[in-house]
Design a protein around this ligand. Structure first.
Ligand code: NAP
Ligand code: F7E
Length: 363
């Protein structure tokens, strides 16, 4: 049986881990990439040249490119991970977010139909806990009502419903994974967890004075991205097409994450003050290393996400607790401590190189 996967969003955090996972399962993996003026393939650079890994140019805003790639590759599974995935950015670019995160999903589904693959190709849609938004119950499961609370969430809600519609209208095997926040050392640097682990590493190494954050009391159910991509695959191997909540079932605040991240970077924090005046103080030096900036507040913020992964555990046999919260923070900080140190060495080398070039010692 052919095992050919097509991943949109292959350059992203999840796309890179999913590529590795599917290659290890014997799949031929095809990824869709966009052209960019800068090198943005860092997360998949190690896979380029692998005989089971292939890249194609395309864009979720460009139907013809999707029809061409899907017609050429004839995938047996599609993982639609491409999205403008930053909630705060969706307030600044709502139309673009809707085009990619809502209409983009429709374009993928229609491209599969246009290529006559609707009976043989299974489709995974990257849905999100942001659908629960201004939450109507805790914890949230597959039956919890949706209440999207950002342009990103509203766009993703369309994606969720159009997938359900195509499943029922055309009998397609297409499903949504309602994934709660998942993080890793490959997480984009402007999401709160990675912003914290990088800053903690920089502050610990004397490269930054203070970290500015928004809502410290926001609650998230944070899991490890490497564990979550396995679930995307399990959802498509299930005997019937269904939607699943993927979460750890454990909740923490942004403040908890920061406290633990600084601990792993060698700094113990004490918290003082409230709201905009709250500060994280390095107990040893007495310096303020975390402060609040209203610049990072959102027009509407989702503050109480907590997933109930019982269905995925029972029906997919997935272990939601494989990597603990503590372990995720430790892995990310350890990675960023090394990265900051290496960037420093590289910076010193660059400085030296500039000097050598100036002196004509290096051509
Ligand atoms: P990410 O790191 O931001 O990656 C997003 C990917 O989408 C990138 O490869 C990006 O390409 C691509 N992309 C954006 N716009 C595109 C377009 N117009 N055409 C083609 N590709 C485009 O996101 P992630 O964390 O891996 O998340 C993967 C998916 O899961 C997203 O759909 C996200 O909304 C959803 N999700 C994520 C989480 C989470 O906690 N990580 C939770 C629930 C759902 P470039 O590299 O070219 O920008
Ligand atoms: O924010 C608060 C912020 O940007 C988490 C995406 O992958 O997960 C992600 O969306 C919380 C929010 O992720 C800062 O207000 C405080 O309450 O890391 P985040 P997100 O918005 O939860 C979902 C499931 C997705 O689907 C998305 O694609 O942290 N927060 N201070 C901050 N957030 C950021 N980014 N920066 C701050 O300084």
């Amino acid at each position: 049986m052919r095992k050919v996967a097509l991943i949109t969003g292959v350059t992203g955090q999840d796309g890179s881990y999913l590529s590795e996972f599917l290659i290890s399962k014997g799949y031929d993996v095809h990824g869709i990439i966009r052209r960019s003026s800068v090198d943005y393939r860092e997360r998949i650079a190690h896979l380029e040249g692998h005989p089971q890994f292939h890249l194609h140019y395309g864009d979720l805003g460009d139907s013809m490119s999707l029809v061409k790639v899907i017609g050429l590759v004839r995938p047996t599974e599609i993982y639609n991970l491409a999205a403008q995935s930053h909630v705060q950015v969706s307030f600044d670019s709502p139309e673009f977010t809707a085009d990619v995160d809502a209409t983009g999903v429709l374009r993928v589904l229609e491209a599969v139909r246009a290529c006559g693959l609707e009976k043989e190709c299974r489709i995974y849609q990257a849905s999100t806990s942001e659908l629960y938004g201004k939450v109507e119950e805790v914890p949230q499961n597959e039956l919890t009502p949706f209440h999207p609370y950002s342009p990103y969430a509203v766009a993703k809600l369309y994606g969720f419903w159009i997938v359900k519609e195509y499943r029922e209208a055309y009998n397609m095997f297409c499903c949504s994974g309602i994934l709660f926040n998942h993080e890793s050392e490959r997480r984009g640097e402007t999401f709160v967890t990675r912003k914290i682990t990088l800053a903690a590493a920089r502050i610990a190494q004397g490269k930054q004075d203070c970290l500015y954050l928004g809502n410290l009391s926001s609650l998230r159910d944070w899991g490890y991205a490497k564990d979550y991509v396995e679930c995307m695959w399990l959802i498509l191997q299930h005997d019937k097409p269904e939607d699943f909540v993927i979460a750890t079932g454990v909740q923490h605040t942004v403040r908890d994450f920061a406290t633990l991240a600084f601990h792993y970077a060698g700094i113990e924090l004490r918290w003082e003050g409230e709201g905009e005046n709250e500060k994280g103080i390095d107990i040893k030096s007495g310096r303020t290393v975390v402060a609040v900036s209203p610049d990072f507040y959102r027009p509407t913020d989702v503050v109480n996400l907590w997933g109930d992964p019982s269905k995925a555990k029972k029906e997919l046999g997935w272990n939601p607790q494989r990597t603990s919260f503590d372990e995720i923070v430790r892995i990310m900080v350890q990675h960023d401590m090394q990265k900051v140190a290496a960037d420093h060495v590289a910076g010193v080398m660059r400085t030296n190189l500039a000097e050598y070039l100036e002196k004509g010692l290096v051509k």
